[in-house]
Design a protein around this ligand. Structure first.
Ligand SMILES: [Zn+2]
Length: 315
């Protein structure tokens, strides 16, 4: 599931590939993941793609105002607007020559003025696409927390150390930080030697700063390596990322810790599979008392996942 580095990678690829192109027409397949499909068909044609930005795990295609020739068809909504794209679990977005046969599960095609189509494919359709005016975009983004790459030492400490929630849950909570998911939460906690079940209120200012730096270093390195390809993540040029080779905790259950050679463990924390080194990341007493998930772990995980509605990113 794409997190901040993967979405940033796709956004950078799109910036190189489609910036300045004008959208001529829209063709839709299945639309159950699109907020208002008719709005795409009505409002996208005629607009130019002026910027591609990342906001947490969202991509935002910033669209120009509609020009004079197409104004009549837009029902009065001619002001600059945005197209929000969330890749969900299996979403991919990339330009292709318009004549090229469609990949399976292609659900959105935007014909561009250079003869290519910007195509969105999504096998599981957990992604989301929405046409947003300036006002609806502001409402959409209002509840999100700080960008982890830009958050200051003070703001990070305020957002983490004043909450009686497990640090893993806080990292995943998009209203605390936007863009972190399961992989980069586990990797940064391992680097900072903090157990995922520790409470935010129990972390010292020094712990918080160690974690902030670990998180930023890891996210930056992952962006340089174009993200982690765990299952099927591909960038805008159809290439997998390489950061998965640098994972130190995530997905390494039973393998030796790179620091101390103790076997990496996995437990359910905040409703999610969490990987950690039991020696480098000592568990808080409250957590050690809980029974370890056994055979029913998948069930426990599903139950737990349903209990964290604020974790909108699913990854
Ligand atoms: Zn260790």
């Amino acid at each position: 599931m794409p997190e901040l580095p993967e979405v940033e990678t796709v956004a950078r690829g799109l910036r190189q590939a489609i910036l300045g192109r004008r959208i001529l027409s829209v063709t839709l397949g299945k639309t159950d993941f699109i907020d208002d499909p008719a709005a795409l068909e009505q409002h996208l044609p005629g607009r130019q793609i002026e910027a591609v930005e990342r906001y947490g795990k969202f991509m935002l295609l910033r669209l120009s105002a509609v020009n004079e020739e197409t104004r009549a068809a837009t029902n009065g909504d001619a002001a600059p607007a945005s197209l929000l794209v969330h890749l969900g679990m299996t979403g991919q977005i990339a330009p292709s020559p318009a004549g090229q046969p469609l990949e399976k599960h292609t659900h959105v095609c935007l014909l561009l003025d250079d003869g290519r189509e910007l195509r969105y494919t999504d096998a599981r359709r957990f992604g989301r696409i929405a046409y947003l005016t300036k006002t609806s975009l502001a409402e959409e983004l209002a509840g999100f927390g700080a960008d982890p790459l830009e958050v200051s030492k003070e703001e990070f400490a305020n957002r983490i150390c004043e909450r009686r929630a497990r640090i893993k849950a806080l990292l995943l909570d998009q209203s605390v930080l936007r863009g972190v998911g399961n992989i980069y939460a586990d990797e940064s906690l391992w680097r900072a030697r903090i157990h995922p079940a520790r409470l935010g209120t129990k972390l010292s200012g020094k712990d918080a700063e160690t974690l902030r730096r670990a998180l930023q270093d890891i996210l930056r390195k992952a962006i340089v390596l174009r993200g982690s390809s765990i299952s099927d993540f591909l960038d805008a040029a159809g290439e997998p990322g390489e950061y998965q080779r640098h994972h130190r905790a995530y997905g390494r259950e039973g393998k030796k810790c790179y620091r101390c050679k103790t076997a990496i463990r996995r437990a359910i924390v905040a409703g999610r599979s969490s990987y950690f080194c039991p020696r480098c990341q000592p568990s808080p007493r409250s957590f050690a008392a809980l029974p370890l998930p056994g055979k029913n772990r998948r069930k426990a995980e599903r139950r737990g996942a349903g209990k964290s509605p604020r974790n909108t990113g699913k990854s």
